[in-house]
Write a protein that binds this ligand. Structure first.
Ligand code: NAD
Ligand code: MG
Length: 395
């Protein structure tokens, strides 16, 4: 028997983190947990430390780290508690780590994912914002560092499964015409524009098919999630914007499709349960049990429709940012994060999210962006512009 793979789960207390630990717990001989991290949820990270006995637990918040340290010592666990964003980079790149699950939400997940890439890790990427903010830099780090990049986002995991195993970044070489990302359409798929304008955070977070963190739930409601995924697909599969198509599929059973030159369309289907793509990436190239039931196709209808870019302007804005290149996608992402925060805190309306992003893209996107520093500058400038716009709305 081989030594178990050592895994750092960054964002362990979130929706992807919890699903990852569920799969890991099914394969104790195959995986051992090296590190777990959270922003500030002491109770949940403590429970996870008790169950998985990691070598390190990282809390971004210092006070939360002190609280967790007390709990861990009291319980007699050998886990060492580290604090601050720097520690995330350490547990993502430590020589003893084989696999890093990048499941932090937002651009905050970029430094640790990038460190894992430089260190040549096997990276299970859930944090799509990493590719949206710094796609070219991250992909270059993956190649230079000799890392293995495995997409966890269900659509990209589906495409990864439907592409030939020897795909090496040239879609034309393997006969691909286009990639089709499926979208559920979110909770407002059939809602009138006026209803959407009055939507509350509770309504926006009530996703019909998936239980997810609050930020990605709002992104699904605006369809910015699909926009971010278009950009994610561009970097992961080296696809041009015109090769990436979006298809609304309310049942979330077909997770995405690859259309080949001969007219063949290959899809990956399954129950909407993130443990399937997580298990695929954890076990790759082997298939391991995920605890997910098979699909009942006798009872499962499948339907498809075109996205409505008028009610979901965020999707259009994401294509625009992708086509602009440079720092535009980083600006789009930063403005979106600020607007979603404001919406969740009831400081702006649902429709203001797209308005904020559009305004900020008009104002800030012109910045050049070759280096990480320039992208981070653009991120900061976009956040400042977004806050200013949102403050004015609130007055
Ligand atoms: P979540 O909000 O449920 O969890 C986020 C995790 O990140 C938590 O552990 C939290 O403690 C940690 N975190 C939050 N802010 C942080 C910060 N500033 N620094 C360090 N850690 C921080 O989010 P989620 O739904 O699990 O999503 C995580 C990522 O995976 C996102 O990028 C999301 O787009 C992507 N994703 C999620 C799903 C899903 O089904 N939930 C599907 C596909 C992709
Ligand atoms: Mg997805």
């Amino acid at each position: 028997m081989n030594a178990p793979q050592t895994v750092s789960v960054l964002g362990a207390t979130g929706s992807i983190g919890v699903n990852t630990l569920d799969v890991l717990a099914r394969h104790p001989a195959r995986f051992s947990v090296y590190a777990l991290s959270a922003a500030r949820n002491v109770d949940k990270l403590f429970e996870q430390c008790r169950a998985f006995r990691p070598r390190y637990a990282v809390m971004v918040d210092e006070a939360a780290a002190r609280a967790l340290r007390g709990r861990v010592e009291e319980a007699g666990l050998a886990t060492e508690v580290l604090a601050g964003p720097r520690a995330l980079v350490e547990v993502a790149s430590h020589p003893e780590v084989d696999t890093v699950v990048a499941a932090i939400v937002g651009a905050a997940g970029l430094p640790s994912a990038l460190a894992a890439a430089h260190a040549g890790k096997r990276i299970l990427l859930a944090n799509k914002e990493t590719l949206v903010v710094a796609g070219s830099i991250f992909m270059e780090a993956v190649h230079r560092g000799g890392a293995t990049l495995l997409p966890v986002d269900s659509e990209h995991n589906a495409i990864f499964q439907a592409l030939p195993r020897d795909f090496a970044g040239d879609l034309a070489a393997v006969g691909v015409r286009s990639l089709w990302l499926t979208a559920s359409g979110g909770p407002f798929r059939t809602a009138a524009k006026e209803t959407m304008a009055r939507a509350t955070p509770e309504q926006a977070c009530a996703h019909p098919n998936w239980v997810m963190g609050r930020k990605i739930s709002v992104d699904s409601a605006t369809m910015m999630n699909k926009g971010l995924e278009v950009i994610e697909a561009h970097w992961l599969f080296n696809a041009r914007a015109d090769q990436i198509r979006v298809l609304v599929h309310p049942q979330s059973v077909v997770h995405s499709l690859v259309e080949y030159r001969d007219g063949s369309v290959l899809a990956q289907l399954g129950t909407p349960d993130m443990r399937t793509p997580i298990a695929y990436a954890l076990g790759f190239p082997e298939r391991i049990a995920a605890g997910v039931d098979g699909l009942d196709l006798f009872r499962q209808g499948l339907s498809f429709e075109a996205p409505d870019l008028e009610r979901f302007p965020c999707l259009r804005l994401a294509y625009r940012a992708l086509e602009s290149g440079g720092a535009a996608a980083a600006v789009l992402n930063a403005a979106n994060e600020e607007a979603v925060d404001a919406f969740l805190a009831r400081r702006c309306g649902f429709g203001d999210i797209a308005a904020t992003i559009e305004t900020v893209l008009d104002r800030v996107a012109q910045l050049g962006a070759a280096s990480l520093e320039e992208l981070l500058d653009a991120d900061r400038a976009a956040r400042a512009a977004a806050r200013e716009f949102l403050d004015r709305l609130a007055r």
